[in-house]
Design a protein around this ligand. Structure first.
Ligand code: SAH
Length: 409
């Protein structure tokens, strides 16, 4: 691999087509091929994947420094809007350091935190999650891949001695990257890393767990459930798509009388059981139920079961905008069923992590479910990922997790 990130950046320059400078002027970091001159497209092909390029408008006025992604429909990602600040090791070290500093305040709640969140932190395609002392990175853009040595150095400079890569993600494939899992620095990660969150312990498998090992993004929502449950009288809880049981453990610890947790993955449920014991919650009433949620909800409906709080946190039903219609039907179906299982006064926490489904659309889908279920419900709160998953104000595409807290009237 002839990666030249430690070398001075070779001056490469391209022009956009006339009138296509508008999004960069608004500091939106993505450019599609239609915005780029033919010579520019060829230059991106010729340069090493991810190489920095000065992007100018059709008249030659500097707009941004971007890195080329020759295999992706997002052909350029802007890393800097300052001509004197091209992406290089120094800029990456500065951005990583600033992103880490911004997360300091969350440490009290948990030692599992997203320290770098890609475009929102000025580091397109780079994710750095920290599980106690173990950093887990995802390198999901050609530019981040081009600068991978500088990225590792920048993380090390934050006092991190163990860095593991989990780039086995759809985003990396869309960029034509084929990196998978590897130790980038320090020792092999422990099989299970113990982390704490709002007084609970979780055991994270950074090699095989989803994403980088854990749904860090649901931290605030697990805490919200705990608050709701503490204010109820021994509620009965249903946690659908429970994975390793994050919401279930939060519910038991807060005083739920019974928690029924549904997931189709046997290994996720096995891990969940282990976490239940490790938190000394093994005596709590409930059940880890290996089932398809669609069928489980229908079965519970037939049996006339009722719950005081239901969580729906499904996988991404819409991986892209082409899947929105089908996904909308699936979201509606599970929400409709869940609403009929709620006691009056009961809560529904319903999530979508599909970037292609806006909060507005999600709310409309749930409104449809409320109408078709023939129930009344109030929207109490809109939910999102925690503050360690910020969204850039000029790049709303970065927002993926959205949720609604409804209460049945
Ligand atoms: N709520 C979890 C994360 C959910 S991830 C948490 O907070 O940690 C989505 C989960 O849905 C995965 O564990 C996956 O195994 C499960 N899943 C996907 N499709 C399913 C289906 N049709 N029925 C049941 N579980 C499903």
């Amino acid at each position: 691999m002839a990666k030249s990130q430690s070398q001075p950046v070779v001056a490469a320059l391209l022009r956009l087509r006339p009138g296509k400078e508008r999004s960069l002027l608004r500091r939106h970091p993505w450019l599609y091929p239609g915005a780029i001159s033919d010579e520019g497209i060829k230059l991106i092909e010729r340069l090493p994947s991810g190489h920095p390029i000065a992007v100018c408008d059709a008249k030659g006025q500097f707009l941004a420094w971007a890195c080329g992604s020759p295999r992706s429909s997002i052909r350029l990602r802007a890393w800097s809007f300052q001509e004197k600040e091209p992406p290089d090791a120094a800029l990456i070290a500065k951005r990583v350091s600033q992103a880490f500093a911004r997360r300091r305040a969350i440490l009290e709640q948990s030692n599992a935190r997203r320290m770098v969140f890609a475009e929102a932190d000025g580091l397109p395609g780079l994710i750095v999650d920290l599980y106690d002392e173990q950093a887990v990175v995802q390198i999901l853009s050609a530019g981040a891949d081009y600068f991978r040595a500088a990225i590792v150095d920048a993380i090390k400079a934050q006092g991190i001695d163990a860095i593991y890569e989990r780039s086995d993600a759809a985003g990396a494939q869309r960029e034509g990257l084929n990196a998978g899992q590897a130790v980038l620095h320090g020792a092999e990660p422990a099989p299970l890393i113990s982390i704490h969150e709002h007084g609970l312990r979780f055991f994270v498998d950074v090699r095989q767990g989803h994403k980088t090992g854990f749904y860090i993004d649901q931290r605030d929502n697990r805490a919200l459930i705990a608050d709701l449950i503490k204010a109820m009288d021994a509620p009965r809880v249903l946690n659908c798509f429970c994975y390793t049981g994050g919401f279930s453990l939060a519910a038991w610890a807060a005083g739920a009388a019974e928690v029924i947790s549904v997931d189709s993955s046997e290994s996720a449920l096995e891990h969940a059981r282990k976490q239940q014991s490790l938190n000394n919650l093994q005596d709590r009433q409930g059940r880890w139920w290996e089932a398809n949620v669609f069928e489980a909800l229908a079965g519970l409906q037939r049996e006339g079961e009722r719950f005081d709080l239901i969580v729906l946190d499904p996988p991404k039903f819409a991986p892209s905008s082409q899947h929105v219609d089908r996904a909308a039907r699936a979201y509606k179906e599970i929400n409709l069923k869940a609403l009929t299982l709620l006691r009056p006064g009961g809560y529904l926490l319903s999530f979508s992590c599909s970037g292609a489904i806006s909060l507005d659309l999600f709310q409309k889908i749930l409104a449809g479910a409320v109408i078709d279920a023939g129930v009344d419900a109030q929207l109490l709160r809109r939910l999102a990922a925690g503050v360690d998953h910020p969204m850039s104000m000029v790049h709303p595409e970065g927002e993926y997790l959205k949720g609604l807290l409804l209460q049945r009237v």
